[in-house]
Design a protein around this ligand. Structure first.
Ligand code: NDP
Length: 248
C-alpha cells in the first residue's frame, strides 16, 4: 500500500528507464514526488516510465544522461533543479556489471564499472549537495555482493559496490550536521533484465540463499521509498540488505 509520504518532494533517480530504477521512479511518483530520472540507451522504456507515472497522476521527467560522462551527470542534476525548483532525494541506481575472471575482463569493462557504479555516484552526490537542504535523502543502490561473493568472476563488480558502502558511512559523518541522511541498499538477486529469475545463473544463486525466489523490483522500491520518507530520519550511514537471505 502506498501513501503520499513524498508529496512536495523532488527526486532524481539515475538509471530509471528499466529494472529497479524504473520501479523506484514509479513508486516515488505514486507517493507524490516530482521525479526526474536518467537513462542512457533505453529511450522507449524511458517514455513508458513517464507515461505510466502520468497515468496514475504522477510527474516523472526523463533526462538523457550517460553516467560514463561527468558533464552529463552534472547536467542531469542541474536540469532536475531547473525543472522542479529543488532537489530533496537522490537515488544512485545506474550501474553495470561485467562478470568473469579478472584476467578475462577487458580494461574497458573494468573502467565502465568503476566509472558508472562509483565515479558517477560521487559526481551525482557532489552536484546534488549544492542544492540539497535540511531533510535531504541520498540513497545508493549497492549490492549484497559487497558483503558476500560466493561465485568466482564477481570481484570488480563487488569492489564497486563495497565502495558505495564505505562512501555511505563516510558521508553520513559529513552530512548529519546538515540534516541529510545517506544510506546504501544492498539487494540480492532481483528479477530484472540484468539478472532474470529464469536465467542460467539463477539456480546457483538460489542455492546459496535462504529464500527460494528472486526479489521483485517493487520490493526494492518500497524500501527505497521508506528511506526517502519522513519515518527514516534516524537511519544514516547504513547498508540495508534486501536479499532473501543471500548473506544469512
Ligand atoms: P538493469 O540492467 O536492469 O537496469 C539498469 C539501469 O541503469 C537502466 O535503466 C539503464 O538505462 C541504466 N544505466 C546503465 N548504464 C547507464 C549509463 N551509462 N548511464 C545512465 N544510465 C545507465 O539493472 P537492475 O535494475 O537489475 O539494477 C539496478 C541496480 O540494482 C544496480 O545498481 C545494480 O547493481 C543493483 N543490483 C541489482 C541486482 C539484481 O539482481 N538485479 C542485485 C544487486 C544489485 P539504459 O537502459 O537507458 O541505458
Amino acid at each position: 500500500m502506498t501513501t503520499r509520504a513524498l508529496e512536495g518532494k523532488t527526486a532524481l533517480v539515475t538509471g530509471g528507464s528499466r529494472g529497479v530504477g524504473a520501479a523506484i521512479v514509479s513508486r516515488f511518483a505514486e507517493e507524490g514526488a516530482h521525479v526526474a530520472f536518467t537513462y542512457a540507451n533505453s529511450e522507449e522504456h524511458a517514455k513508458t516510465v513517464v507515461a505510466a507515472a502520468a497515468a496514475t497522476g504522477g510527474i516523472a521527467h526523463a533526462i538523457h544522461a550517460d553516467s560514463m560522462k561527468e558533464q552529463d551527470v552534472a547536467s542531469a542534476v542541474a536540469q532536475t533543479v531547473d525543472r522542479f525548483g529543488g532537489l530533496d532525494i537522490v537515488v544512485n541506481n545506474a550501474a553495470v556489471g561485467s562478470f568473469g575472471a579478472l584476467e578475462d575482463l577487458t580494461m574497458d569493462e573494468i573502467d565502465a564499472m568503476l566509472t558508472i557504479n562509483v565515479r558517477s555516484t560521487v559526481v551525482t552526490i557532489r552536484e546534488s549537495l549544492t542544492h540539497m537542504g535540511s531533510g535531504g535523502r541520498i540513497i545508493n543502490i549497492g549490492s549484497i555482493n559487497a558483503d558476500r561473493t560466493p561465485f568466482p568472476g564477481q570481484s570488480i563488480y563487488a569492489m564497486t559496490k563495497g565502495a558505495l558502502a564505505s562512501l555511505t558511512r563516510g558521508l553520513a559523518r559529513e552530512l548529519a550536521a546538515r540534516d541529510i541522511t545517506i544510506n546504501n541498499i544492498q539487494p540480492g538477486p532481483i528479477n530484472t533484465d540484468a539478472n532474470p529469475a529464469d536465467g542460467p545463473a539463477a539456480p546457483s544463486m538460489l542455492g546459496v540463499m535462504a529464500s527460494d525466489r528472486f526479489g521483485t523490483t517493487t520490493e526494492v522500491a518500497a524500501l527505497v521509498s521508506y528511506l526517502a520518507g519522513p519515518d527514516a530520519a534516524y537511519i544514516t550511514g547504513s547498508s540495508l540488505n534486501i536479499d532473501g537471505g543471500f548473506a544469512a
